[in-house]
Design a binder for this molecule. Structure first.
Ligand code: DX5
Ligand code: ZN
Length: 224
């Protein structure tokens, strides 16, 4: 498993976005949280800002859409050039069709689960997806505490991916920090979103390197 570190710009200074993302050129992806004030009780940015961000950086964009009706809105982010587009299964009407649409538009297709959403009902969908996102906080805000009761779900999800012989990635998002990233890697996550742990400190680039080193060390202890 190759570890990937995706800083979440939710914790960056939105008025200085290009400068902020330039500080994390060592990141694998930039994680961009879109919130619509309906699916989650918070509002962030939409397509116009994402289009500008794609022009301002060479780092690929990892979209996390916390919105109602992703069937309608998500494909436009793939068309705009986002390399990966994650929709929430709780909000999607036709997740298989949506995943196929995203892939057809050239993006990696990814599906997110809120903390109380189990993975098991979606086992048959896994081959349609390039990544699964297991939320480790309730989506909506940065800086929340990691829910360690999600660790068994991360383990079970990694086991299902292995059982089907799939190459898909397993992302965790929420409360991921130097304190929690090793637990996530040991449980089987390989893509790590970190907002406050990267952008709240003095040196975001160094924080990315530190998280990567911790996760890489711990990934060797993962049973799969
Ligand atoms: C929360 C977002 C996260 C957020 C994580 O709903 O999906 O991506 O930025 O922030 P931290 O890493 O501070 O928990
Ligand atoms: Zn996110």
């Amino acid at each position: 498993m190759t570890v990937q570190i995706n800083p979440s710009i939710l914790s960056a200074d939105f008025a200085r976005l290009a400068d902020e993302v330039a500080q994390v050129r060592n990141a694998d992806w930039l994680h961009v949280d879109v919130m619509d004030n309906h699916f989650v009780p918070n509002l962030t940015i939409g397509l116009p800002v994402v289009e500008s961000l794609i022009k301002a950086t060479e780092t690929p964009i990892d979209m996390h859409l916390m919105i109602e009706d992703p069937d309608r809105w998500a494909p436009a982010y793939a068309e705009a050039g986002a390399g990966s587009v994650t929709f929430h299964v709780e909000a999607a009407t036709a997740p298989i069709k949506l995943a196929r649409d995203l892939r057809a538009k050239g993006a990696r297709a990814s599906m997110a689960l809120r903390p109380a959403t189990p993975i098991e009902p979606y086992e048959d969908l896994l081959p349609e997806l390039d990544m699964l996102l297991v939320m480790t906080v309730e989506p909506g805000f940065g800086g929340q505490s990691f829910l360690d009761i999600m660790l068994p779900k991360i383990r079970r999800t990694r086991q299902l991916i292995a059982k089907h012989g799939l190459q898909m990635w397993l992302q965790v998002d929420g409360g991921v920090s130097a304190k929690t990233i090793e637990m996530c890697a040991e449980a089987g996550a390989d893509v790590f979103v970190a907002g406050s742990a990267v952008f709240d400190g003095r040196d975001p680039g160094a924080a990315v390197d530190r998280l990567r080193a911790l996760a890489t060390g711990a990934a060797g202890r993962c049973a799969h």
